[in-house]
Design a protein around this ligand. Structure first.
Ligand SMILES: Cc1cc2nc3c(=O)[nH]c(=O)nc-3n(C[C@H](O)[C@H](O)[C@H](O)COP(=O)(O)OP(=O)(O)OC[C@H]3O[C@@H](n4cnc5c(N)ncnc54)[C@H](O)[C@@H]3O)c2cc1C
Ligand SMILES: NC(=O)c1ccc[n+]([C@@H]2O[C@H](COP(=O)([O-])OP(=O)(O)OC[C@H]3O[C@@H](n4cnc5c(N)ncnc54)[C@H](O)[C@@H]3O)[C@@H](O)[C@H]2O)c1
Length: 460
């Protein structure tokens, strides 16, 4: 078989790969982009974009239900799930087509459809073709983990891919996993009218967040009718005439919970097992994530791993930042590092949770003297005006350096407001400059100086 030689190969057209391919094109490198499924990967097709589009529909419906509070009457609301999903698909298709057209429009880039796997160091096979390049960028992403639950192969289950392709609303959705994916779907589906139960093996939701924050999110969702089974051990699934029985306790008696659908939302696993990485000398960790250094270089010369498959971030912005780090080092003589970035993300429940840096519990583990401040969202004028007073803001600061260590902002528009604190941390500035700033009124961000003015030493 003749081997086709490229200057660069990108495997996976997710969040980092296409941007790297575009930069290779600008550098005059003949580049192959190999994609086995849909352009744009998880974020565009199965993750951020479809879920946030559904969050927007769910919020519109929720606000319409609250019409009396705002001074209007709608009569009885009827949710048309098919139209909600069609709207979602239109937004997704626009992004997916945008990525594909972008790649196909670059004359130095060849798009190859198919699944790539290594056959030798620096050499990949896709279908009938064999390709090689001195630079290979792996951007293969991750997929929903399938836990070895008792009975899981005897019942149909959903994951983040298949739930986004339903054409009718589940009557009773049981969600296994009470973390980011589970909670976003829980609220959305509840607002569309489904009965929703979340089954979580930990004693509380969102094990990576602070307990007070997780509890506040739980209360917000419970007020809307989402039910929770926490500390659920021995989860077992079984077919029933009326749906799927979910046993959530180590009990002998028959399970009480019967759902029409079960969604698995218990974490992710990298798409690395089919790549034949061993033959190319590319090391993985015990969970299958590709080991990389601070520039996303793998253990094999000339091979980089970017995005979720390198285990250094599970977000679109971390994948995009990986691309920036790689091209800065390769083409711009700019020694950017993965460790330069400040961890930040949002959970898109409504209201959202904006997070930056360490949670308070993690900051306490560091043993350093801390300052802490909290502020309930009902103190925020903009939130009161909007009738959105649920949630709280919390910041943790190093008492000696006065640098912000982390913040959790749960409330109206907090996914945006948290960027003021992210900027402060990225610029490595103490909190005092922000405390003395003059924010715009009325905004949610105007309360950030007020929050920081309330810092007090953490005693215990
Ligand atoms: C429900 C859900 C909601 C989310 N919401 C958010 C959010 O709001 N904000 C956020 O920042 N993140 C969110 N995420 C996470 C985010 O979607 C991912 O972290 C991000 O998409 C990862 O991008 P990536 O480039 O690493 O991989 P992906 O986008 O998964 O791309 C990998 C691509 O590689 C292809 N591929 C894999 N193997 C091969 C192969 N052997 N040959 C050829 N092609 C291959 C795949 O088909 C895929 O297209 C969400 C995730 C989920 C599941
Ligand atoms: N807004 C966002 O940015 C966003 C939204 C959704 C997902 N994501 C990304 O996707 C990743 C995966 O999210 P996720 O929620 O699937 O996973 P996760 O790893 O965040 O949480 C998994 C949850 O499932 C629970 N769990 C694990 N095994 C279980 C079992 N057998 N039975 C019951 N519960 C079990 C865990 O205790 C945990 O609460 C996130 O880490 C995040 O990076 C991001």
């Amino acid at each position: 078989m003749p081997i086709d030689t490229f200057d660069a190969i990108v495997v996976g057209a997710g969040q980092a790969g296409p941007a790297i391919a575009a930069r290779c094109h600008r550098e005059g490198l003949r580049t192959a982009v190999i994609e086995r499924a849909e352009f744009g990967g998880t974020c565009v097709n199965d993750g951020c974009i479809p879920t946030k589009t559904l969050v927007a529909s769910a919020r519109a419906i929720h606000l319409a239900r609250r019409g009396e509070e705002f001074g209007f009457a709608t009569g009885r609301l009827r949710v048309d799930f098919a139209r909600v999903m069609a709207r979602k698909e239109a937004v997704v298709a626009q992004s997916r087509e945008g990525v594909e057209q972008w790649m196909r429009g670059l004359d130095k880039v060849e798009v190859i459809l198919g699944e790539a796997r290594f056959v030798a160091p620096g050499r990949l096979r896709v279908g009938e073709r064999e390709l090689r390049a001195p630079r290979i960028f792996l951007n293969v992403g991750a997929r929903a983990a399938r836990p070895p639950l008792d009975g899981i192969d005897r019942v149909p289950t959903l994951d983040n891919h298949s739930i986004l392709r339903l054409d009718t609303l589940p009557r009773h959705l049981v969600i296994i996993g009470g973390s980011y994916i589970g909670l976003e779907f829980a609220q959305v589906m509840r607002r569309f009218g489904a009965k929703v139960t979340v089954v979580e093996k930990s004693a509380r939701l969102l094990p990576r967040e602070d307990e007070d924050v997780a509890q506040a999110i739980r209360e917000i969702l419970e007020r809307e009718g989402v039910r929770f089974e926490l500390g659920a051990e021995c989860i077992a699934l079984a077919p029933r005439q009326s749906g799927i029985a979910v046993g959530a306790r180590c009990e002998r008696r028959p399970p009480r919970l019967v759902g029409s659908h079960v969604l698995l939302a218990v974490g992710r696993q990298p798409n690395t097992e089919g790549l034949n990485l061993g033959v190319a000398g590319i090391e993985t960790d015990p969970r299958g994530y590709i080991r990389v250094d601070e520039q996303c270089r793998t253990s094999a010369e000339g091979v980089w791993a970017v995005g979720e498959c390198n285990g250094r971030g599970a977000f679109t912005h971390t994948a995009w930042n990986d691309h920036e780090v790689v091209v800065a080092n390769l083409f711009d003589q700019d020694p950017r590092r993965l460790s330069d970035r400040v961890e930040a993300y949002a959970l898109y429940t409504d209201p959202p949770l904006g997070r930056v840096g360490l949670a308070e519990a993690k900051a306490r583990e560091s043993g350093r003297p801390l300052l802490r401040a909290t502020l309930p969202m009902h103190r925020v004028g903009r939130a009161r005006e909007a009738g959105e007073t649920q949630g709280l803001m919390k910041a943790v600061v190093d008492a000696q350096t006065r640098q912000l260590l982390g913040a959790s902002l749960l409330g109206y528009r907090c996914d945006e407001a948290v960027h003021g604190l992210l900027d402060l941390m990225s610029l490595k500035q103490p909190v005092d400059g922000l405390i003395r700033s003059m924010p715009i009124h009325p905004t949610v961000s105007e309360l950030l100086p007020t929050l920081l003015q309330a810092l007090q030493p953490v005693k215990d």
